[in-house]
Design a protein around this ligand. Structure first.
Ligand code: PXP
Length: 236
């Protein structure tokens, strides 16, 4: 069974809307863990639009599962990540004007510069995942960087419907198999919700699903405990 990492960024988004202290993503992370999730994911963006530095340091200290820190590959973020020492960093592309991460990281042509940072993460016992499109060229490049994991971008699958969605699912399956053969651990995420998660959870070689928006959206209506448990039931 794939495990579930809950992304708590959107709790911070609500907090930042008023600039106060609530709701606190640390509380959300603890509640998600008590509901049975297997990990907590948080994205420290360069513009600090939701998670703040304090959140990342506190998450590391407080959560009982593992912390997956999403970050852009910048000097500032590499420094913070090594200081926080999360279980895993996930390298993602970042654009100021986007609402959420739009595509996978383009790894081709950047293998050497990524490999340097990945080496120093590994020296600090931090696992490294790269968020990429389900594209064989990107997967091969990711394997060359020394990354331990990839996270397959499921957004194209999530946004498609009918036969186009089935095609995207096949693309994800082929990508997962290729990555597995190259020795990469495969995670997946983006746009997964209560309607579309099952097919991805059933895919071979997918270890962990990172899900944020749909769980936090449902939690605003039914509470985080129920929202996380409902998602776990579907994944199981
Ligand atoms: N994985 C990555 C790399 C992401 O950037 C995000 C969004 O922060 C997610 C997963 C979760 O996506 P969603 O909020 O659509 O579930």
């Amino acid at each position: 069974m794939a495990t579930l990492g809950v992304n708590v960024d959107h709790i911070a988004t609500i907090r930042q809307a008023r600039g106060g202290r609530e709701p606190d993503p640390i509380h959300a992370a603890v509640l998600a863990e008590l509901a049975g999730c297997h990990g907590i994911t948080a994205h420290l963006r360069e513009d600090r639009r939701h998670m703040q530095d304090r959140d990342i340091y506190l998450l590391k200290q407080i959560i009982a599962t593992h912390l997956n820190l999403e970050m852009a590959h910048t000097q500032e973020m590499v420094k913070i990540a090594i200081d926080v020492c999360p279980y895993m960093v996930s390298l993602v592309p970042e654009k100021r004007e986007e609402r959420t991460t739009e595509g996978g990281l383009v790894v081709r042509g950047k293998e050497e510069e990524l490999a340097k940072s990945i080496e120093s993460f590994k020296e600090h016992n931090i696992l490294v995942s790269i968020f990429i499109d389900p594209d064989i060229k990107q997967i091969k490049s990711a394997a060359r960087t020394g990354a331990t994991h990839i996270e397959l971008h499921t957004g194209y699958y999530a946004n498609a419907s009918g036969s186009a969605q089935e095609e995207e699912l096949v693309r994800l399956q082929d990508a997962a198999l290729a990555a597995h053969r190259l020795g990469l651990v495969v995670n997946a995420g983006h746009g997964l919700n209560y309607q579309n998660v099952t097919a991805v959870a059933q895919m071979d070689y997918v270890e962990e699903l990172n899900i944020g928006h749909s769980i936090i959206a449902r939690s605003s209506l039914v509470g985080l405990d129920v929202a996380v448990r409902d998602m776990l039931t579907l994944i199981e």
